[in-house]
Design a protein around this ligand. Structure first.
Ligand code: PMP
Length: 413
């Protein structure tokens, strides 16, 4: 199989050069980073944007009259504009800045669902979900007497569409579904699933943590109601994220947290809440991180989501093609449509042992349950080894993974 490349042969080398962390040795070997699904490395432009703010512009946002505060506010709100454009939200007021996907989903559970749900109502999710898209719904179901129901997946790791459809009844008040499974790489056919749910009047939240780094996302075209994502999966800083929500829904929702910035007026008798999106942004936010998040959006757009998608898709095909030739490999997750992630087992080697042996050879992968214990249980496994790709990976990285696996196989023979 020929080695995949970006559109032009120089692109891949250029991108890789933008990421300083990739240019180091780990345990005496050049680092091969195959853990971007957990957290992606950051390009120099992101690191520099954060450092510049810290060095020259640091001040609190929104409340200051002085120049530094104006500059900080401009940079921070500029990031919101970039994020609006990035997911094609119809208004910047629909971009709520959060600490990540987890907070975004908890916000919807507590602010949208908690006042709405009654005993007898249901929240529907799938077996593929990350704990962030399970536990917040469990909590709100316990608080309200509603029931959490789960659509099963098949042996390839695809959601069983007929059963998902059967579970969509008038009792379901919200469907929470991942765009891409972080454990198995399955890309859900979101447009079709969302259309089915919306036909029945079901509100849909998409966990987009693993979607936005790998493909163009247009929230208006998708037709969902909420879309949650994290900055650090898309080459930005940790502790940053977005909840995109339809304005009409966000308007109706009560604040999730109280504090500074989310108010217009406070007395001991009464508080008038701020307008969107600030109603949901209590307290001093992660200013530096969000500025870096904006720089990450610039970076992704300069490389081009279409280019990234094509590159990662051919690289994933190459990885699967090479993996299946390794004696004793069992792929976990073989959906027809997969993005950038491959879970596997090698003979009966425990994933943690395998991950350690790979690390000794400079190859960074993820091992364990990937914060998706139910889907691991679905496959009867405590965990897997997972290699996940970013835009900076190349076929050389896959070749290094394969030779490290061959070595591990010999060690455990
Ligand atoms: N959902 C998915 C699919 C994820 O992969 C992750 C991160 N592993 C999350 C949610 C949670 O993201 P965060 O920890 O950034 O809030």
């Amino acid at each position: 199989m020929s080695q995949p490349r970006l559109n032009s042969p120089t692109d891949i080398a250029t991108c890789r050069d933008d990421f300083p962390a990739l240019h180091q040795e780990v345990n005496g070997h050049a680092l091969v980073y195959l853990d971007s699904a957990a957290s992606a490395q950051q390009p120099t432009t992101v690191i520099d944007a954060v450092a510049r703010y810290q060095r020259e512009d640091h001040a609190n946002v929104h409340r200051g009259v002085h120049t530094l505060s104006h500059r900080a506010t401009e940079l921070y709100e500029g990031a919101r504009d970039k994020l609006r454009d990035f997911v094609n939200a119809s208004s910047r007021t629909e971009i709520v800045l959060t600490s990540g996907t987890t907070e975004s989903i908890n916000l919807v559970a507590q602010s949208y669902c908690r006042p709405l749900l009654q005993p007898g109502d249901q929240v529907l999710i799938t077996w593929l979900e990350h704990h962030s898209n399970i536990v917040p719904w469990q909590l709100v179901c316990e608080q309200t007497g509603a029931e959490l129901i789960v659509a099963p997946v098949n042996d390839r790791g695809e959601v069983e569409r007929d059963q998902l459809r059967d579970l969509m009844t008038e009792r379901v008040k919200l469907l929470g579904i991942g765009h891409v499974s972080n454990a198995l790489g399955t890309i859900n056919p979101l447009s079709e699933i969302i259309a089915e749910a919306k036909n029945l009047g079901i509100t849909v939240l998409v966990d987009g943590a693993q979607g936005v780094p790998h493909m163009t996302v247009d929230v208006q075209a998708l037709g969902c109601d909420f879309y949650a994502f994290s900055g650090h999966k898309m080459y930005g800083p940790t502790g940053t994220g977005v909840l995109w929500g339809r304005e009409a829904l966000l308007e109706e929702m009560p604040p999730y947290k109280g504090g500074g910035d989310m108010i217009l007026e406070v007395s001991f008798d009464h508080t008038v809440f701020n307008e969107l999106p600030y109603k949901f942004e209590a307290g001093t936010p992660n200013i530096a991180g969000t500025i870096g998040f904006g720089a990450a959006v610039d970076y992704l757009q300069s490389v081009g989501l279409e280019n990234i998608h094509e590159h990662e898709k051919s690289l994933h095909d190459y990885m699967v093609h090479k993996l299946v030739d390794v004696d004793g490999i069992r792929l976990i997750g073989t959906a027809a449509d997969q993005a950038s992630v491959q879970s596997f087992l090698l003979n009966d080697i425990h994933p943690h042992d395998l991950g350690t042996i790979l690390d000794h050879q400079g190859v960074a992968v993820r091992t364990g349950h990937h914060c998706a214990m139910p889907v691991m249980q679905r496959f009867g496994l405590p965990g897997t080894t997972r290699a996940s790709l970013g835009l900076y990976n190349s076929s050389d990285d896959i070749d290094r993974l394969i030779s490290a696996l061959e070595k591990a196989r010999q060690v455990f023979a």
